[in-house]
Design a protein. Structure first.
Length: 205
């Protein structure tokens, strides 16, 4: 059995990408390694992170293609060429089409800064604060063709303090993300995740 290989899709700073890479280097990713970065913004800071870590990257500009399906077909070719077992979305700011969602069904995950199904979509932190909830958090879920609607794999709750700002709560959320996402990826690498309908179970060895 070969090394479990993941591809990380990111569009921005790449803090979760960095956390995953550091976990892999420390042997805390269940034996997984990052085989490829996929980025739709060639000038994004995450690209520099990948270069410094020696991780290959596929960079593209969506406007250079006729459709989302067109560039996703090329992405799938790159994923297959790198022998990718799991696709990990980490701040990738584009909705995926059936081209990737169907090809990697059950092997495609995302992290979202709320306790889904509450506050899907953009600015989940701002939504939670505006609504006045006392607890929000982080969700790792499978990706389907909806907006943050796939089966939930893991969640972590974070209390919202009185006087919390979007900036301060975002820091708390990102700190939890950097811990939870590598842990969940390690479960996949160890073959511990089972999906039946909407129910996800994680076995203990």
């Amino acid at each position: 059995m070969g090394v479990y290989r993941i591809a990380v899709f990111a569009s921005g700073e790449g803090s979760n990408f960095q956390a995953l890479a550091e976990a892999a280097n420390a042997g805390k990713l269940g034996g997984a390694e990052i085989a490829l970065l996929v980025c739709d913004k060639p000038s994004a800071p995450v690209v520099g992170r990948a270069e410094r870590l020696g991780i290959p990257a596929f960079l593209f500009k969506p406007k250079d293609y006729d459709s989302r399906e067109a560039y996703e077909r090329e992405i799938v070719e790159k994923l297959e060429a790198h022998g990718v077992d799991l696709v990990v979305l980490a701040g990738y700011m584009r909705l995926l089409t059936h081209v990737i969602v169907e090809k990697y069904a059950g092997r495609l995950i995302n992290i979202h800064p709320s306790l889904l199904p509450a506050f899907p979509g953009k600015d989940a932190i701002g939504q939670a604060l505006a609504y006045g909830v006392k607890v929000s958090g982080v969700t790792v879920h499978f990706v389907d063709e909806g907006m943050d609607t796939g089966p939930i794999i893991a969640q972590a709750a974070i209390p919202i303090a009185s006087g919390e700002t979007s900036e301060s709560f975002a820091e708390a959320v990102h700190a939890v993300e950097r811990e939870l996402y590598p842990e969940v990826v390690s479960w996949f690498a160890q073959g511990r995740v089972k999906l039946e309908g909407r129910q996800v179970t994680v076995s203990n060895f």
